[in-house]
Ligand binder design. Structure first.
Ligand SMILES: Nc1ncnc2c1ncn2[C@@H]1O[C@H](COP(=O)(O)OP(=O)(O)OP(=O)(O)O)[C@@H](O)[C@H]1O
Length: 275
């Protein structure tokens, strides 16, 4: 299937969880299409429904109303790295855990060890291959969950705040591993609270109270204002990353920076050097 083909489409999807006095509505009327080859970042306030959206896109829960369609032929179609890594770790040792996922997808024994070590290498865990999983720290468990998901080479990889417990170096490892799969053709959905990670994406979805309030490019998320003069970032009441704050300050002072406005330090350096 070509780059840009529709892979996952949500059409007027709503979702509610059961509660003591009926149900609590979590997602309202979501329309969203994920296309092959995209890197889509999802940002949003706590409790806005990001993890629920991730589970719907991974086919783990059904929509209460509306329709979700999948047009993915590869196996496995979607892998979701959960926010809480404990929920997806099964093996006794680090190496066994990575192999467990591959066994489920029928990856030949002859390939398994090489793919497991490659995934552990990419996530910085290769020296811990024989360590019992119970001895891993929270962040190391998060890295193991990432390694297991990347080892099976899914068509769509969904990271649900998969870097929330990681130190800056480990975050970089995970981002690089995801980028590598993306270059090889995987589609990436990257849910994050770290706004500097939005620069990795082609497209940003912002969620608030169960609705998508922004769907556009990373620069537009930080700089494009609606009729109420608010950006997507303003509407979430999130402080923009430092680089974006510097750009806004430069614009306030009358500097003319070329479009698209910079969102990373490297882009800002280049834009300033061209003034
Ligand atoms: N299993 C559940 N049963 C009942 N309510 C739930 C369940 N899981 C989540 N919720 C509720 O659904 C809402 C959305 O939760 P969700 O985890 O999807 O949000 P989120 O945007 O991922 O939040 P966060 O950024 O805090 O992880 C929250 O109000 C939460 O309390």
């Amino acid at each position: 299937m070509p780059i840009g083909a529709e892979l996952i489409a949500l059409d007027r999807v709503s979702f509610s969880y059961p509660s003591a006095d009926g149900t609590v509505s979590v997602l309202n009327n979501i329309n969203l299409t994920i296309r092959r080859g995209e890197w889509v970042a999802v940002a949003g306030t706590n409790g806005s429904g990001k993890s629920t959206l991730a589970k719907l896109m991974a086919g783990l829960i059904p929509a209460a109303s509306g329709e979700i369609s999948f047009a993915i032929r590869e196996q496995p179609p979607v892998q979701l790295v959960f926010q809480n890594p404990g929920t997806q770790i099964i093996g006794e040792t680090v190496f066994e855990d990575v192999c467990f996922g591959m066994e489920n997808y029928g990856i030949p024994d002859s390939e398994m060890a090489r793919r497991a070590m490659d995934a552990l290498e990419q996530t910085g865990l290769s020296s811990m291959a024989d360590m019992p999983v119970a001895r891993l720290s929270g962040g190391q468990k998060q890295l193991l969950a990432v390694a297991s998901c990347i080892s099976v080479n899914p068509a769509v990889l969904i990271f649900d705040e998969a870097t929330s417990m990681l130190d800056p170096l480990a975050r970089q490892h995970v981002a690089q591993a995801a980028k590598r799969l993306h270059h090889l053709g995987a589609t990436v959905v990257w849910i994050t609270q770290w706004l500097d990670e939005l620069s990795l994406a082609d497209r940003v979805i912002a969620m608030d109270q169960g609705s998508i309030i922004f769907d556009g490019s990373p620069p537009d998320f930080f700089y494009k204002r609606n009729d109420q003069c608010q950006t997507g970032c303003d509407r979430l009441q999130f402080a923009p990353p430092y680089t974006v704050q510097v750009v806004l300050s430069l614009l306030d002072q009358g500097c003319k920076l070329r479009e698209p406005l910079p969102i990373t330090a490297a882009e800002l350096g280049k834009a300033v050097s061209e003034l």
